[in-house]
Ligand binder design. Structure first.
Ligand code: UDX
Length: 437
């Protein structure tokens, strides 16, 4: 099929390459000239495992092109809208300006029979509004909403072999046409058994926000348990293992630590609360306020624990923060708990050095006042305390004996509970985890 992908960020760039891999002819479109230049050269504009290899592979086939001109979408019959929906400045609500601009500019190039597929995470009700707009400009085109559940760091796999497809479509012939078009696009994963659910627009939009809210709630639940464990002298990691063995609960997303960040979970739960308020259903989501509060409290607690580890004051202490990305296998620092803690430590008088295998360039842009050191060994040298905040494999595997010879004081705060407390203590370290005795 001939496909256009509007917006070539984490979602769109991977989607464009994955659709070409599935055998389609794809044009990726973005207003950002730098991003398009990189993609045209076969380079990923951000760190995502597997994406450079996928880009190289599909570009050889000639099935993947990139452009900054929306007019180049005119040759396609299915158009995926993959632009961002960040948090509005000073508000909880989502900022839909990129979605609106993409639709306005795409609409004038639509032909009879074209299918527009929204993938961006939007407040419920957006698809119905956009369907009216599409209808007014291109009455024979149809809109579908097909939310994306990809995780950064696993984006290629999540796109090519997702857990499920959700199609939000209108009723009647238009809905059937949209369903048939998406079935054709996803023929390969569907044939391999990926389930698909066909629902209305509002349900499709809500599936995405509900899924992210559930994940955020699961993380905040275990972080709340960590608070109680800290007060009671219990171990939250053993608690998570034990409750996670109940299949109804499951062990995934029960890792207590510095909490969740990134470009999705924090802003999505806030936008969901804001939208529920507009719909008169705000009471239903007041628990998400608590989820958000527990999550933010973790950051303050990690700063507090670091102060305790440093003997009661951060002033003049050299602290090495291991990790800047919001999670490993990503260079994304949007709402990164690691950077938020690093900045707080510095504001409270510490001299902070941040290290990360992939995210330092992005981190520098966001927090230019912090010091950055790409080499782990150099970053660690002469520290009074190590604070592990993003669980890259390299940090999980640090040898406490070897690292002990490089620092000035053997204090370690394991903000993701991934180090072996016994091994570190044995090597003479004062070890502190999250919700662990
Ligand atoms: C998330 C959803 O998982 C994905 O389905 C959706 O499409 C986009 O948002 P992503 O933001 O890439 O994906 O990251 P995710 O793997 O969900 O992690 C989010 C945050 O939660 C990270 O900061 C991570 O460190 C944190 N986390 C995750 C925990 O603190 N504990 C856990 O047990 C799991």
């Amino acid at each position: 099929m001939r496909i256009s992908v509007i917006g070539c960020g984490y979602l769109g760039a991977v989607h464009a390459a994955a659709m070409a891999k599935l055998g389609h002819d794809v044009v990726g479109i973005d207003v950002d000239e730098r991003k398009i230049a990189e993609l045209k050269a076969g380079r990923a504009p951000f760190f995502e495992p597997g994406l450079p290899e996928l880009l190289t592979e599909v570009q050889k086939t000639g099935r993947l092109t990139f452009s900054t001109e929306m007019a180049d979408a005119a040759g396609a019959v299915v158009h995926f809208v993959c632009v961002g929906t960040p948090q509005r400045k000073g508000e909880n609500a989502a900022d839909l300006r990129f979605v609106d601009a993409a639709f306005t500019s795409l609409a004038e190039h639509l032909k009879s029979g074209d299918v527009v597929v929204g993938k961006s995470t939007v407040p419920v009700g957006t698809a119905a509004r956009l369907a009216d707009e599409v209808q007014a400009i291109a009455p024979e085109a149809v809109l579908a909403w097909n939310p994306e559940f990809l995780r950064e760091g696993h984006a290629v796999k999540d796109t090519l072999t997702p857990d499920r497809f959700v199609y939000g479509v209108p009723s009647g012939a238009k809905g059937e046409a949209a369903t048939a078009a998406m079935d054709k696009v996803y023929a390969t994963p569907l044939a391999a058994g990926t389930p698909r659910l066909v629902v209305d627009y509002a349900t499709a939009e809500l599936v995405k926000t509900a899924a992210n809210s559930f994940l955020a709630t699961k993380i905040s639940f275990i972080n709340a348990m960590a608070e109680v464990c800290e007060a009671a002298g219990a171990d939250v990691t053993a608690l998570a293992d034990a409750i996670g063995m109940d299949e109804r609960i499951g062990r995934k997303f029960l890792n207590a630590g510095v909490g969740f960040g990134g470009g999705c979970l924090p802003k999505d739960i806030r936008a969901f609360m804001a939208r529920a308020g507009e719909l008169g259903a705000d009471q239903a989501l007041t628990f998400l306020r608590e989820v958000d509060a527990i999550n933010m409290r973790r950051r303050a607690r990690v700063v507090e624990l670091t102060r305790e580890l440093c003997g009661g004051s951060l002033i003049g202490k050299r602290i090495t923060v291991l990790g800047a990305a919001f999670k490993p296998q990503s260079d994304d620092v949007r709402d990164s708990p690691a950077l938020s803690v690093a900045a707080q430590l510095q504001l409270q008088g510490a001299t902070v050095t941040v290290t990360d295998p992939e995210a330092l360039a992005n981190a520098k842009q966001r927090f230019p006042e912090l010091s950055y050191e790409p080499d782990t060994k150099t970053a660690i040298a002469r520290a009074h305390a190590l604070v592990l905040l993003t669980e890259w494999q390299e940090y999980r595997e640090l040898d406490p004996a070897a690292v002990g010879n490089q620092v000035d004081e053997k204090n370690v705060l394991d903000g993701r509970n991934v180090l072996d407390p016994g091994a570190w203590r044995q090597a003479g370290w004062t070890y502190k985890g999250i919700g662990r005795p």
